[in-house]
Design a protein around this ligand. Structure first.
Ligand code: CAA
Length: 380
C-alpha cells in the first residue's frame, strides 16, 4: 500500500489541520461542557467543502477522495471528537448511501444540499430492540398507493436533532427476515415524523443523539432507496464505509492525546526533573505513538481500498477495531501521565478519554468487528 500523499492531499491535510486548530479546538471544551451542537462550525466546514469531500462536483461535492475524507475526520478528532463524528455520520451514513444506491433523480434532489452542507444528514437503523442484531427491525413500512406509511422508532441517532435528511430502515415484509428490510430517504418535515429525547452522554457531548419517531409517517414511494428488500445489504455496505470514518475519529483522538501528553510531560517537573526525562514516560509515549501509527496504516489502507473500489469490508472492520481499542488505551494512558491534572477538565485528555470510548461501541461494537473479521476469514 502506497501512502505517499499527492500534492492535493497534502494541501487538504494542511487546510483541515489549520481549520481544526483555529476554528474547532477553541470551542471543544465549551461544547462538551454545555452539550451544545456547534452549528457555527458546521457552517464554516460547509464553506470549505468538508461536508462532501469525496463526492463528485456534479452533485455539489468537493471532488476529493476517501483518504482525504479520513484525514479530515482524523484532524478534527485530534482536537474535538464531537466535530469529527458530525462530519463522519453526515458523510458516511447519509450522503454515501444516497450517492451509492440512489436513483439519478434522488441524487439530484438530495445530494447538492447535503454535500454543500446546507443540510445535515443522519442514519436511522438502530432500534431499542435492534442494536447489534440489526436485522431485528421492528419499524414497519406499508405501501399504500403512492406512498409508504412508516410506524416505529429509532434510537441513538447521531445528528438526529439537527438533521434535515435521514436514511431510514424499516420492514416491508416481516416474513422475509433481513430480506424484508427496505431503506428510505426521509425528510424531517414529512408528516408523522418527529424526533425524541436527546441522550445525555459520557463523551462526544456536543453531538446530537436522539430518538426518531414514526407515527403513520408518510414517505413518498419515490423515496424508497434501492429496491424493496435490499435495505439490510444497503445498511451493511453503508456501515462498512462508516467504520472508516469512526476508525479515523478514533485515530485522531489517540493522536491528539499523544500530542497533549508530549507537550505536558516536557513542562511538568517532579523530583527536580521534567516528566519527559523519566524512562517510564519515554516508554509510555513511544508505545502510545506506535499504536496510533499502526492504527493510521490500517485506516488509510481501508480508505484507499474503498477509493479504488476494492472489497474493503474486512479492512474497515480491522481499522475500526484496532483504532478504537488503541484510542481508548492511549487516551487512558495520557490521563495517567497527567496525574491528578489529567482527571480534571482543565486539560483536554479526560475529554479525549471519554470521547474515545464510544468508538468501541457505535457503528458496530468491537465484538461486531471481530465477528465480521472472523467470518471473512472463513472461521465457523
Ligand atoms: N455488505 C453487503 N452485504 C452484507 C454485508 C456487507 N458488509 N454484511 C452482511 N451482508 C449480507 C450477507 O451477505 C447476508 O446476505 P444473504 O442473507 O443474502 O445471504 C445478509 O447480509 C445477512 O448477513 P449475516 O447473516 O452476516 O447478518 P447477521 O444478521 O448475522 O448480522 C452483523 C451480522 C455483523 C452482526 C450485523 O448485524 C452488524 O453489523 N451489526 C451491527 C450493526 C451496527 O453496526 N449498528 C450501528 C448503527 S449506526 C450507529 O452506530 C449510530 C450512528 O449514528 C453513528
Amino acid at each position: 500500500m502506497d501512502f505517499h500523499l499527492t500534492n492535493e492531499q497534502q494541501m487538504l491535510r494542511k487546510m483541515y489541520r489549520e481549520f481544526a486548530e483555529n476554528e474547532v479546538k477553541p470551542l471543544a471544551e465549551e461544547i462538551d461542557e454545555e452539550e451544545r451542537f456547534p452549528m457555527e462550525t458546521v457552517e464554516k466546514m460547509a464553506k470549505l467543502g468538508m461536508m462532501g469531500i469525496y463526492f463528485p462536483k456534479e452533485y455539489g461535492g468537493a471532488g476529493g477522495d476517501v483518504l482525504s475524507y479520513a484525514m479530515c475526520v482524523e484532524e478534527l478528532a485530534k482536537v474535538c471528537g464531537t466535530t469529527a463524528v458530525i462530519v463522519s455520520a453526515h458523510t458516511s451514513l447519509c450522503c454515501a448511501p444516497i450517492f451509492e444506491h440512489g436513483t439519478e433523480e434522488q441524487k439530484r434532489k438530495y445530494l447538492p444540499d447535503l454535500l454543500s452542507g446546507k443540510k445535515i444528514g443522519a442514519f436511522g437503523l438502530t432500534e431499542p430492540n435492534a442494536g447489534t442484531d440489526a436485522s431485528g427491525q421492528q419499524t414497519l413500512a406499508v405501501l399504500e398507493g403512492d406512498h409508504y406509511v412508516l410506524n416505529g422508532s429509532k434510537c441513538f441517532i447521531t445528528n438526529g436533532n439537527v438533521a434535515d435528511t435521514f436514511v431510514v430502515f424499516a420492514m416491508t415484509d416481516k416474513s422475509k427476515g433481513n430480506h424484508g428490510i427496505s431503506a428510505f430517504i426521509v425528510e424531517k418535515d414529512f408528516p408523522g415524523f418527529s424526533t425524541g429525547k436527546h441522550e445525555k452522554k459520557m463523551g462526544i457531548r456536543g453531538s446530537s443523539t436522539c430518538d426518531l419517531i414514526f407515527e403513520d409517517c408518510i414517505v413518498p414511494k419515490e423515496n424508497l432507496l434501492g429496491k424493496e428488500g435490499k435495505g439490510f445489504k444497503i445498511a451493511m455496505q453503508t456501515l462498512d464505509g462508516g467504520r472508516i470514518g469512526i476508525a479515523a475519529q478514533a485515530l485522531g483522538l489517540g493522536e491528539g492525546a499523544v500530542n497533549e501528553a508530549i507537550k505536558y510531560t516536557q513542562e511538568r517537573v517532579q523530583f527536580g526533573k521534567r516528566l519527559s526525562q523519566f524512562q517510564n514516560t519515554q516508554f509510555q509515549l513511544a508505545d502510545m505513538h506506535t499504536r496510533m501509527q499502526a492504527a493510521q496504516y490500517l485506516v488509510y489502507a481501508a480508505a484507499m481500498k474503498k477509493q479504488n473500489h476494492e472489497d474493503y469490508s474486512m479492512d474497515a472492520s480491522m481499522a475500526k477495531l484496532f483504532a478504537a481499542e488503541a484510542a481508548s488505551d492511549v487516551t487512558r494512558r495520557a490521563v495517567q501521565l497527567f496525574g491528578g491534572y489529567g482527571y480534571t477538565r482543565e486539560y483536554p485528555v479526560e475529554r479525549m478519554m471519554r470521547d474515545a470510548k464510544i468508538t468501541e461501541i457505535y457503528e458496530g461494537t468491537s465484538e461486531v468487528q471481530r465477528m465480521v473479521i472472523s467470518s471473512r476469514l472463513g472461521v465457523k
